[in-house]
Design a protein around this ligand. Structure first.
Ligand SMILES: [Zn+2]
Length: 202
């Protein structure tokens, strides 16, 4: 079954976090699954991310013409990103020991790329041509290392996704209020009703 790459699946707020979130429910070993199990989804994700992450990418489109070939490097960046930043959010600091794997994975995404990045207004290079998805993923992941970004990273208490909190007072709790916020509210309502019934029946 193909994945529908809806806006909800891009609530990470940064390409590298949206990619980390393609593994769903990392907090639940029974329910977790990987939306990139079919490598063809990497290309479809890249296509959708070109639109949802246009601001971050400076309008440069992502391309993944051979998703099967790049799958190992994409997954290695994704997993190293998740491990490093999930720990950093929980502990408030980056574990130095996570950096070698993370940097090696990012190097894998960038090696062989002949593109130029980081010019003013062109963070991911010239928007006239597309950029290889694995190279852009590495650039996005490396951008997370900035101090002011690390401080704004969060873990959704409902689905365990990583996201960046850009709210002015740093008070965003859910990856997506409309999905995880409401689900949690419904759970609380259900628990209250059940508790009330138990008291009545006692
Ligand atoms: Zn969530």
């Amino acid at each position: 079954m193909t994945v529908s790459w809806t806006p909800h699946r891009f609530t990470g707020g940064i390409l590298a976090l949206d990619t980390a979130n393609t593994v769903v429910l990392r907090n639940d070993p029974e329910k977790t699954f990987d939306r990139f199990d079919d490598p063809a989804e990497i290309a479809r994700f890249a296509e959708a991310a070109s639109g949802f992450r246009a601001a971050e990418l400076g309008g440069r489109r992502l391309e993944a013409p051979e998703p099967r070939t790049i799958a190992p490097v994409v997954l290695s960046i994704r997993e190293a990103t998740d491990r490093l930043f999930r720990h950093a959010i929980a502990k408030g600091a980056i574990a130095a020991g996570h950096l070698p794997d993370f940097l090696m994975a990012c190097a894998g995404g960038l090696s062989g790329s002949s593109t130029e990045i980081g010019a003013p207004g062109r963070p991911f290079g010239d928007p006239a041509t597309p950029i290889a998805f694995e190279a852009a993923l590495a650039v996005s992941a490396l951008s997370l290392l900035r101090d002011d970004t690390v401080a704004r990273l969060r873990i959704c208490p409902n689905c365990s996704w990583l996201f960046i909190d850009r709210s002015r007072n740093s008070s965003r709790l859910w990856c997506d209020m409309a999905v995880c916020g409401n689900r949690q509210k419904a759970n609380r309502y259900y628990r209250r009703r059940t508790a009330a019934r138990e008291i009545t029946n006692a």
